[in-house]
Design a protein around this ligand. Structure first.
Ligand SMILES: [Ca+2]
Length: 330
């Protein structure tokens, strides 16, 4: 009996050890080469605007998407044809990506801090009151058009039809959709975003900082990992999916921006919320005469809400899907 017990014990030890109970399966070996250091989210509070910010140490990370273009199957193994958004999810899952994000490369970034959440309407309102009182635009971008008052597009009357009670009763939005305190401010252009950041003693994140904060240092597709899952982000297109609630409702519950932090399951490795979807976000970088926008929005397909997806708009562009978060040196 003793010999037999010893053999079993040896078998357990050589099979990989004991951790919180006996297991007999060998743990998968770590891949050779560099392994990504573990990330520990660290939150600070930026006093000027009361924002939670996450610290990101100086580091190198994989930015962009691999040059490999695997052949996209016309149909999955079960033979059923794919339709949007399943098609877009499938493409994203096999590495499909826009040319603007290729190739994947190692990029070094200095230490910085970045807002945990998109800037909210409540925060932006305080900025607007302050700049209205003082008329001080000295911390705005010097290229800002003259006479700009920074009021978001949807804080003014944006749809006269909403005055018609019948229309208002059936519209999937109201003025409150874009002004609620807890929701991200949208309908702001790049100059508005830069002006808020300057007022708060911060700046817009660079594209590289934004992507590192969103995906960490293991090259993942979405902030939570490599596999798309409904319900971890406020995106669009769910109405076309096979597994959608009846009645055309969005599976994530939101057609337009949701209060920031509504999807904690989709948090990034550094602890940032809503880096996939909700409001898409202005970055500081130029893209020709335009400015870079990242993260996808409440109307984006899953593939466009990947951490490496890039968009770009004229700096004066304002729309209901577009907001921002701030960063600062650390
Ligand atoms: Ca976002």
């Amino acid at each position: 009996m003793k010999a037999r017990a010893l053999v079993i014990l040896l078998a357990i030890v050589t099979a990989g050890g004991v951790a919180g109970g006996v297991y007999l399966h060998r743990r998968p070996k770590k891949p050779p080469g560099k392994t990504a250091p573990a990330i520990r989210p660290v939150e600070i509070v930026h006093a000027a605007d009361g924002s939670a910010m996450m610290l990101v140490p100086a580091m190198e990370f994989t930015m962009g998407t691999s040059d490999a273009h695997p052949d996209f199957p016309a149909a999955p193994p079960d033979g059923k044809p794919l339709h949007p958004p399943d098609l877009l999810i499938a493409r994203a899952a096999i590495g499909w990506a826009g040319d603007g994000e290729r190739p994947a490369r190692q990029v070094s970034v200095k230490a910085f801090a970045i807002d945990r959440y998109e800037v909210t309407n409540a925060q932006y309102r305080r900025f607007l009151e302050a700049v209205g009182k003082t008329g001080d635009h000295s911390r705005c971008d010097p290229r800002e058009p003259k006479g700009k008052d920074h009021t978001p597009r949807y804080w003014r009357e944006f749809n006269p039809l909403l005055k018609d009670p019948e229309y208002a009763a059936t519209a999937p939005f109201s003025a409150a959709t874009f002004t609620d305190d807890a929701k991200p401010v949208v309908g702001v252009d790049w100059f508005d975003a830069a002006a808020y950041a300057g007022w708060a003693g911060k700046r817009l994140p660079t594209e590289a900082e934004w992507e590192l904060a969103a995906r960490g240092n293991d090259g993942r597709r979405w902030p939570w990992g490599n596999d798309w899952k409904w319900g971890l982000a406020n995106t669009g297109g769910e109405k076309l999916g096979a597994d959608v609630h009846a009645g055309g409702r969005e599976k994530d519950g939101w057609i337009y921006p949701a209060p920031v932090g509504t999807f904690p399951g989709g948090r990034s490795p550094f602890g940032c919320d809503d880096m996939a979807g909700n409001a898409s976000e202005w970055c500081s970088d130029a893209y020709g005469n335009e400015r870079v926008v990242r993260g996808g929005s409440s109307r984006s397909a899953p593939s466009s809400a990947r951490c490496a997806s890039r968009f770009h708009y004229e700096p004066e562009f304002r729309t209901f899907t577009l907001g921002f978060r701030c960063a600062k040196d650390n």
